[in-house]
Design a protein around this ligand. Structure first.
Ligand code: PEP
Ligand code: MN
Length: 336
């Protein structure tokens, strides 16, 4: 159960509400986000919510039986829209396109990518500077200096930045230079990291774990929300299955399911989802038709020379084609 409190609630009013809920046999957790205050009541017994609904200090009360609560659509019917400023939004009826290399590599690579994005009206650039790599000998990113170099160019061009944060100490370092923090698939259940991101007043896109369920993704998002940060985006990026023909199995099913279960925007990552350049486009288009609020994918001026994920990276011609088709698919979907 979610009890949304009024902003001006007095301490004694809150105490009365908590005592009343406890007396029914429910446990109460207090959640204060950057936007609102809530009480999350957990219990099994059925009871009439009107029994507490009249108490002073309560703005709203909703029955939510799911494991996750605040990210559930059961209490917030309207979809959440994330505002990145300068008229750039994720969710709430538009299609957000985020593109860029797997890894930030060089100044000229950044320049050429930004030119490509600008030519196609794409406002958000992706790129990793802290890279989670399966092998310790692989390229692990330019680190914070790379992010600063990227930020300088992106700001000048009016391009927003999404980049992966791998550990708690990087949050403060990165803060001034990113518009969206990305939590990677290997960190979906790094609860210390999620707790800390709850304290940040910048959007976070959380990816589904490599072998994570939809419910686990939502529960991880709940960590960040209940930690205080309501600016959240969910990302389906494919899961590990027994199938060997592709790097991962893009779970297109997850998109309508997440949209139904949660009010948060849902982004799809077809690059990691299938992991094979030739098939990124059809999977991306399928994700749009399935209801995605955004697509994030990898592109590079010379994919064969990319420091990481070259095999799934589009060149700029393929990327331009994809952007045009994404827009057409989105229009078609919206016309249904
Ligand atoms: C990435 O976006 O480059 C990345 C490492 O993604 P994931 O965490 O989904 O593997
Ligand atoms: Mn990658």
């Amino acid at each position: 159960m979610i009890i949304k409190l009024i902003d001006q609630i007095e301490d004694n009013q809150k105490r009365t509400v908590i005592d009343k809920i406890n007396s029914i046999g429910y446990k109460v957790s207090e959640v204060k986000t950057q936007v609102s205050s809530y009480l999350i009541a957990i219990g099994k017994k059925e009871f009439d919510i009107r029994k507490i609904g009249f108490l002073p200090g309560i703005a709203d009360i909703h029955r939510v039986s799911d494991e996750y609560k605040l990210v559930s659509r059961k209490w917030k019917v309207n979809p959440t829209r994330i505002d990145l400023g300068d008229n750039v939004f994720i969710g709430g009826g538009s299609l957000a396109i985020m593109a860029g290399p797997c890894s930030i590599e060089t100044e000229s690579q950044i320049e050429r990518t930004i030119d490509h994005l600008k030519q196609n009206g794409v406002r958000i650039m992706r790129g990793g500077v802290f890279k989670p790599r399966s092998s310790p000998y692989a390229f692990r990113g330019l680190g914070i200096d790379g992010l600063k170099m990227w930020h300088q160019q992106a700001r000048a061009a009016g391009i927003k930045i999404i980049s992966e944060v791998m550990q708690v100490s990087q949050i403060a370092e990165m803060y001034d230079f990113v518009d969206v923090f990305q939590v990677g698939a290997r960190n979906t259940q790094n609860f210390n990291l999620l707790d800390e991101l709850g304290k940040v007043d910048k959007p976070v896109m959380i990816k589904r774990g490599i072998s994570g369920t939809i419910e686990e993704l939502l529960s991880s998002a709940e960590y960040i929300f209940s930690g205080g940060n309501e600016k959240l985006i969910l990302c389906e990026r494919g899961i590990r299955t027994y199938e060997k023909a592709s790097r991962n199995t893009m779970d297109v099913n997850a998109i309508p399911i997440l949209k139904e279960k949660s009010h948060l925007p849902v982004v799809a990552d077809p690059s990691h989802g299938i992991g094979i350049r030739e098939y990124v486009e059809p999977v991306a288009l399928a994700a749009v038709m399935a209801g995605a609020d955004g697509i994030i994918y990898e592109t590079h001026q010379k994919p064969e020379e990319a420091y990481s994920d070259s095999q799934q990276t589009l060149d700029f011609i393929e990327s331009t084609q994809l952007i045009n088709k994404l827009k057409r698919c989105f229009e078609l979907r919206e016309s249904f």
